[in-house]
Design a protein around this ligand. Structure first.
Ligand SMILES: [Zn+2]
Length: 513
């Protein structure tokens, strides 16, 4: 057989699933030495693949394309993996206990922690006074679970060269938090940043990702870590598509970024009541959130990106922020090349009418199904903020798909876990049945459609000859397993660019390593 001559490795008897063609039945998947798929043919018992350097018999295990996390914060995820996790702390004393218990974890004098959560009933943030009292000499930096602001003690403010004004009081938000994060990473050094980026990439790979769309740098994190990322990018566990998180298009061009805006904030988040809604918050009728960029700024940004031929996108959660972005894109449209793929990140409180316009404008949406899966429902924080009626139509996946919009799925890790299988489950088993997708649609959202959102659909996101050989061997078939069990499917092997990355199938005698 012709294709066997080019095959380097063959995965035999794979139950292959294509997101666009469905279940393909028992197949042999041959991988060329250049890391692309050489062939995918029906399994025939007689075909021994004698020319292959390695034949791995999968005995009917499921193979799907490598998953793509379309919204991932590498540096923030990695930093959290290496430092203290406050996710379980529901009160200030519990925060202090975890800080005390983990104070020697990183080996640095800095006490860095993430997932600080004041969104539980009755919870609040620690005060500057409390942090200073507990840790008078060691610098403390606490990232809020939303990653939209952070807390510092006086010692940290001093080392980060930030003035403790009456207004700031250790609470960093807006531009200040981006500056602080950059200086914090500089203080930890390149070695720490490299470890963090590697840890984040590997964590995503272990849960099925072969590509992440990394929201990095710019106003959110500063560019210090991007130089490290550039250097180690080819040796990471996943492919990394960098979305530079700044709105200064000129600077993006000068620095050689081809994707701009990324997760730059047009508004805030629902949990912290800062997303710019169309109507007031249910638990605070005086507020409907606020915009962090004006309509003129948003429109100028999209226009400048279009003129410079960069892919552009922004973070929008509330309907008012989405409106501003859609108008900005409409104004920029005449300056853009045909087929420009504008991206909107999140799109939580979006209306059907807005989705229709987004589809007409060629907007693709990068959204996070696990947000509502983990925090939605009648007793979740969203219901508290928005009331029962609006909660049911938050992050409306079904509506997005029905409008024909290209939707890429992501985790926004560390906001939700770096776990693409959790993402799949969140689509299929969504809190409100009206917004559920089929398992095949969910697979598309985390493979071919996510690839489309980054313009990589020609070489990623499906099992097709000539595409990059990014694939997973799974213990169960996600199309047929119970919707609430998808996250628990063991990932047996992760292959990227035709090379094994991680998974238990790499262990033992004769294994492919
Ligand atoms: Zn965001």
């Amino acid at each position: 057989m012709k294709t066997s001559h080019t095959a380097n490795v063959v995965l035999r008897q794979a139950r292959a699933i294509s997101p666009n063609r469905g279940a393909l039945g028992l197949s042999d998947l041959a991988i060329s030495s250049d890391g692309t798929i050489a062939s995918l043919t029906p399994y025939r018992a007689g075909n021994q693949w004698a020319h292959a350097s390695k034949v791995l018999d999968l005995n009917g295990l499921t193979v799907v394309p490598g998953l793509i996390d379309a919204h991932f914060h590498m540096l923030a995820t990695g930093t959290q993996l290496l430092t203290i996790d406050l996710a379980t702390a529901k009160s200030v004393p519990e925060v202090m206990e975890l800080l005390e218990a983990g104070k020697d974890k990183s080996g640095s004098e800095w006490l860095i922690a993430g997932h600080l959560d004041d969104e539980h009933p009755g919870a609040r943030l620690p005060t500057l006074k409390e942090l200073d009292h507990a840790f008078p000499r060691r610098p403390v930096f606490l990232e809020h679970r939303s990653c939209h602001f952070a807390l510092c003690n006086t010692r940290a403010m001093k080392l980060l060269r930030l003035q403790t004004t009456a207004r700031v009081k250790g609470l960093l938000d807006g531009q200040l938090v981006g500056i602080a994060r950059q200086r914090l990473m500089e203080a930890q050094g390149e070695e720490f940043v490299e470890r963090a980026l590697r840890a984040a990439s590997l964590a995503a790979a272990r849960r099925g990702a072969t590509t992440v769309h990394a929201m990095e740098g710019g106003d959110l994190f500063g560019d210090f870590a991007l130089n490290v990322l550039k250097r180690i990018r080819d040796s990471l566990a996943t492919d990394v598509v960098v979305y530079w998180c700044g709105t200064d298009v000129q600077r993006a061009v000068e620095n050689g970024f081809d994707r701009v805006g990324g997760d730059s904030f047009v508004d805030g988040t629902l949990g912290s009541s800062t997303a710019a809604l169309r109507y007031p918050y249910s638990d605070d009728r005086a507020s409907s959130g606020s915009l962090q960029l004006t309509e003129q700024q948003v429109s100028a940004f999209f226009s400048a990106a279009a003129v410079s031929h960069l892919q552009s996108g922004l973070h929008v959660i509330g309907g008012r922020a989405i409106e501003v972005a859609l108008r900005g894109i409409a104004q920029a449209l005449p300056k853009a090349e045909a087929g420009t793929r504008w991206r909107l990140e999140h799109c939580g409180d979006v209306s059907k009418q807005q989705l229709r316009r987004a589809a007409q404008l060629g907007v693709c949406i990068s959204t996070q199904p696990a947000f509502t899966y983990l925090r939605g429902g009648p007793r979740g924080v969203y219901a508290q903020r928005l009331g029962p009626r609006r909660t049911r139509r938050l992050y409306p996946l079904r509506w997005m798909l029905d409008e024909g919009i290209h939707v890429g799925g992501g985790s926004d890790s560390p906001i939700t876990p770096a776990d693409c299988l959790l993402g799949l489950e969140s689509c299929v088993n969504a809190r409100y049945s009206a917004q559920r997708t089929s398992a095949l649609e969910a697979l598309q959202i985390f493979t071919s459609e996510a690839a489309w959102c980054a313009g990589e659909e020609a070489r990623k996101g499906d099992l097709v000859r000539g595409m990059q050989a990014d694939l997973l061997v799974l213990k169960e078939n996600p199309l047929t397993c119970a919707p609430d069990k998808i996250q628990q499917i063991p990932v047996l092997l992760v292959v990227r660019k035709g090379r094994p990355v991680c998974g238990p199938l790499m262990e033992g005698e004769g294994a492919w390593r």
